[in-house]
Design a protein around this ligand. Structure first.
Ligand code: PEP
Ligand code: MG
Length: 585
C-alpha cells in the first residue's frame, strides 16, 4: 500500500519505557471491535479502497482455509462457509462500501460498517424467522472483513521487530510479546505503573501507554515510531521524521553503551554511603540482563507471571525447579520471591469468569485470594516448592498486600504448617529463611511499627501504595495526572515505614517503580533507604545520580521535602536539586 497519501499523526501518552522503536504496526485487540471513523481527503480514496480490497482478499483466503479443514461429513458447516464466501463478494457489500469511500470521503472501516448496517436493516424487516436470522451471517462476514482491515485477524504472534498496538494487553499477550521480541509497544490505557508498562521495562522495550486512542488511529502494517522517552507515538511518519528519529536512536544507543561499561561499579555517594541496587523481575529471562546492568540481587520476583505463563497451576516440583533456576542465574546474590499476587490487573484467563468483581483492586486479590479455602492448596504447593528450594541458594520470601497483623499472622501460619509437613517428611529447607512483607497499603504503612515486630524485612510497594493512598487507579490514564510519587502524604508514609524498620532493626527496601526514577531515588536515599529495587533498565541512571551526590545533602533534601505541602512544589524543588548536582559534578 502506498504511504504517500497517509498523513503523519502524533499521539501523546505516558512514557513507559525509554528508547525509540521504528517498525510496522501489529494490532492486538481483545475487545469488541470499535469502528474507527475518519473523514479522508480526496487523495486518500485510492488508498482506502485498496485497503478494503485487500481485506476482502484476506477474508476470502481465510474462509477457503477453513473450508479445506472441514471434512466431508461436516456438510452443513461447509455450506455455511460457502454462503459466507458469497456474501463476501456480494455487490451490496463491495460496491456500496467502495462508493461510500469515494462519495462520502470516509475511511474504509466506516464505509463497510454503513454497508453492513444497510443490508442488515433489510434482513431485520423480513417476517420469516429463518431468513431474518440470516442477518447474523452478514454480521459475521462484516466482522471478518473489519478485523482484516484493522489487522485484528486473531493471529497471536507478532513478527519480530513489530510495534504492538493495543487498547490494553492481557498477561497472556505479554507472554507472547517476550517470545516474539517485538520492537515497541503503544496502548490506549495504562499508567506508568500499569503492568504493560512494567513488563515493557522488564524487556527493555520502548513503550508508550495511556494514549487514550492510539489503537483507533493505527491500521495494520502502518509505519509507527514509538518514542518511549518522550511518551509520543507517531503514525505514518514522513521520511524526514523517520530520519531524525533514526539519528536520535543511534545517539541513545551510544550513550547506553557508555553507561553499561560502568555497570559493575557499586552505587556509592561521594562521601562513601553505599546503596544496594536490586532488580525487579517478572520473568526469569530478564535475569541475565539485570546482572549485566549491575543488579546485586533480586528485590522482587513476581511469581504470578510464572503461574500465568504455565499451562495450569504449577506443581510443587515446578515451583522448586523455577526457584532453583532463578537462584542459579543470580549466582549467590539474594533473590526475593514474592508469593502469588493474582487478581486485580493480573488475572489468569480462567479466573475472569469466577472473579468478576465490580472493583477488583479492592477485591479478592493477592494474599487474600491465597488464604481462601479454595486457593489455599495452590498457595501451599507454591510454598512447599519454594521452601524446598530454599537450601539451594540465597532465598528470601515475601507476602504481597498485607493489610494488617491478622493477615500477616495467617500467612505465616500457612508457612509454618508447610514447614511442619516438610520436617515430618524429612525434607530439607532453610529454617532461617527470611520472611518479609510488602508495605503497599496505607494501613500497613501506618502500623509498620507493629508489623516490624513480626516480620524479617519490609519492601515498600509504592505502585499500589500510591494507588490506595491517593485513590488513583494505577491503570487509569484519565487520573494518571494525580498519580504523584512525590506527594507529601506518600513521602510521610515512606518515612514512617523506614523509621519503624530501623527501630526494630529489620532491613527495608523499596520495589515500587518510583525507585527507578533517578531524581526520586535521591529523595528515597535521603529519607534513609539503603536498598532500592527497580526494573534493571533504570539501574545505570539511578547509580549515576547516587554517585554524584553526598549523603548529607540528600538528607537535607529529604528533610526539606517532608516539610513541603504539595507534590508539584516538591517535584520542582527536587528537579532543581538534581540539575544543580549534575552541573556541579
Ligand atoms: C507495588 O505495588 O509497588 C509492587 C511492586 O507490586 P506490583 O507492581 O506487582 O503490584
Ligand atoms: Mg503491588
Amino acid at each position: 500500500m502506498s504511504e504517500v497519501a497517509r498523513k503523519e499523526v502524533e499521539k501523546v501518552g505516558i512514557a513507559a519505557c525509554q528508547g525509540i522503536a521504528i517498525g510496522r504496526a501489529y494490532i492486538v485487540d481483545r475487545r469488541q471491535l470499535k469502528v474507527p471513523k475518519r473523514k479522508i481527503d480526496a487523495d486518500e480514496v485510492e488508498v482506502e479502497s485498496e485497503r478494503f480490497r485487500r481485506a476482502l482478499d484476506a477474508s476470502e483466503r481465510q474462509l477457503e482455509k477453513i473450508k479445506q479443514k472441514i471434512e466431508e461429513r461436516e456438510k452443513d458447516h461447509y455450506a455455511i462457509i460457502s454462503a459466507y464466501q458469497l456474501i463476501l463478494r456480494d455487490e451490496h457489500i463491495v460496491k456500496n462500501t467502495l462508493n461510500s469511500i469515494r462519495d462520502e470521503l470516509i475511511n474504509a472501516e466506516w464505509a463497510l460498517r454503513n454497508s453492513v448496517e444497510q443490508i442488515k436493516a433489510v434482513f431485520d424487516g423480513i417476517e420469516d424467522d429463518y431468513f431474518r436470522e440470516r442477518g447474523s451471517d452478514v454480521d459475521f462476514v462484516g466482522e471478518r472483513i473489519l478485523r482484516n482491515l484493522m489487522g485484528r485477524d486473531g493471529q497471536v504472534t507478532p513478527p519480530p521487530d513489530a510495534i504492538v498496538i493495543a487498547h490494553d494487553l492481557s498477561p497472556a499477550d505479554t507472554a507472547m510479546l517476550y517470545r516474539a521480541a517485538v520492537a515497541g509497544i503503544a496502548t490506549d490505557v495504562g499508567g506508568k505503573t500499569s503492568h504493560t508498562a512494567i513488563i515493557a521495562r522488564g524487556y527493555d522495550t520502548p513503550a508508550v501507554v495511556g494514549t487514550e486512542d492510539v489503537s483507533l488511529h493505527v491500521g495494520r502494517d502502518d509505519l509507527v515510531i514509538v518514542d518511549g522517552t518522550k511518551g509520543v507515538v507517531i503514525i505514518n511518519p514522513t521520511p524526514e521524521t523517520v530520519a531524525a528519529y533514526r539519528e536520535q536512536a543511534r545517539r541513545e544507543i551510544v550513550a547506553g553503551a557508555a553507561q553499561l561499561a560502568r555497570s559493575s561499579e557499586p552505587a556509592v555517594t561521594q562521601d562513601g554511603t553505599k546503596v544496594t541496587l536490586l532488580a525487579n523481575l517478572d520473568h526469569l529471562v530478564e535475569a541475565e540482563g539485570a546482572v549485566t546492568r549491575g543488579a546485586e540481587g533480586v528485590g522482587l520476583l513476581r511469581t504470578e507471571y510464572y503461574f500465568m505463563g504455565a499451562e495450569g497451576p504449577p506443581s510443587e516440583d515446578e515451583y522448586f525447579r523455577y526457584a532453583v533456576d532463578a537462584m542459579k542465574i543470580m549466582d549467590g546474590r539474594p533473590v526475593t520471591f514474592r508469593t502469588l499476587d493474582l487478581g486485580s490487573d493480573k488475572v489468569p484467563p480462567e479466573f475472569v469468569e469466577q472473579h468478576d468483581e465490580p472493583n477488583p483492586a479492592l477485591g479478592l486479590r493477592s494474599i487474600r485470594l491465597c488464604l481462601t479455602k479454595a486457593m489455599r492448596p495452590m498457595f501451599r504447593s507454591q510454598l512447599r516448592g519454594l521452601l524446598r528450594a530454599s537450601v539451594e541458594g540465597n532465598m528470601k520470601l515475601m507476602f504481597p498486600m498485607i493489610s494488617g497483623m491478622e493477615e500477616l499472622r495467617s500467612a505465616k501460619e500457612v508457612v509454618e504448617e508447610v514447614k511442619q509437613e516438610l520436617r515430618q517428611d524429612g525434607i530439607a529447607f532453610d529454617e532461617d529463611l527470611p520472611l518479609g512483607i510488602m508495605i503497599e497499603m496505607p494501613s500497613a504503612a501506618v502500623i509498620a511499627d507493629h508489623l516490624a515486630k513480626e516480620t524479617d524485612f519490609f519492601s515498600i510497594g509504592t505502585n499500589d501504595l500510591i494507588q490506595y493512598t491517593m485513590a488513583v487507579d494505577r491503570m487509569n490514564e484519565f487520573v494518571s495526572y494525580l498519580y504523584a510519587p512525590l506527594h507529601p502524604a506518600l513521602l510521610r508514609l515512606i518515612s514512617t515505614v523506614i523509621q519503624s524498620a530501623d527501630k526494630e532493626e529489620i532491613p527495608v527496601s523499596i520495589c515500587g517503580e518510583m525507585a527507578g526514577d533517578p531524581m526520586v531515588a535521591l529523595v528515597l536515599v535521603g529519607l534513609g533507604l539503603r536498598s532500592l529495587s527497580m526494573h534493571s533498565v533504570a539501574m545505570c541512571a539511578v547509580k549515576e545520580a547516587i554517585c554524584s551526590s553526598e549523603i548529607g545533602e540528600l538528607e537535607t533534601l529529604a528533610k526539606e521535602v517532608l516539610e513541603m505541602s504539595d507534590a508539584s512544589a516538591i517535584r520542582i524543588h527536587v528537579e532543581a536539586f538534581a540539575n544543580r548536582n549534575i552541573e556541579a559534578k
